[in-house]
Design a protein around this ligand. Structure first.
Ligand SMILES: [Zn+2]
Length: 179
């Protein structure tokens, strides 16, 4: 299970237009996208967010404070138990997180070499993999990202589950994604 799967799954499950806009749309600060796919015992949650929502800047870290912010973010994403909480009845456990945030890993030198980076904006993709002992009970996920990332205002979520599809706009006051 990896990101490729979730992309193809969503691609076939939602309209072509939605899949295309996911890739091409310029991002808006304060908003993140979440794609949820369930296949057998596997739950995949992909979060695509402007880096500004998560660390407050969208370039390689330039000082110790920023480097620490990036380290903290990586730790939070790799231990997402307080960020993304599948309903307990489904007995899901987190397997791994695949993080794709090239700008955070680049040094100022490589940034210069790869001058094609958008100078103004950068995103991060985090793909969280869970394994659920009772996937039939998997009917909702509580999204607690708003507690951890104050810049994040809204999560536009899409779900592709065996029982159906759902799309929901989550916020501080409405944080449970159900289908
Ligand atoms: Zn931006």
């Amino acid at each position: 299970m990896h990101r490729q799967f979730i992309h193809s799954f969503i691609f076939t499950s939602f309209s072509l237009c939605a899949a295309m806009s996911h890739a091409a749309e310029p991002h808006v600060h304060g908003i993140a996208k979440m794609l949820v796919a369930i296949d057998g015992n596997n739950l995949e949650v992909e979060l695509v967010s402007p880096l500004d929502n998560l660390v407050g800047f969208e370039r390689a870290p330039r000082n110790d404070r920023e480097r620490k912010a990036v380290q903290k973010l990586m730790k939070q994403l790799n231990e997402p138990q307080s960020l993304i909480v599948p309903i307990s009845a489904a007995k899901c456990t987190h397997n791994k997180t695949e993080i794709d945030a090239p700008i955070l890993q680049s040094t100022s030198k490589t940034e210069h070499v790869h001058g094609k980076h958008d100078e103004k904006h950068a995103e991060m993709t985090a793909a969280f993999s869970f394994r659920c002992a009772d996937p039939v009970a998997l009917k909702s996920i509580e999204v607690r990202l708003f507690d951890v990332f104050p810049n994040l205002q809204r999560v536009q979520a899409e779900v592709a589950a065996p029982g159906g599809q759902a799309a929901s706009s989550l916020g501080r006051a409405h944080r449970t994604l159900s289908w």
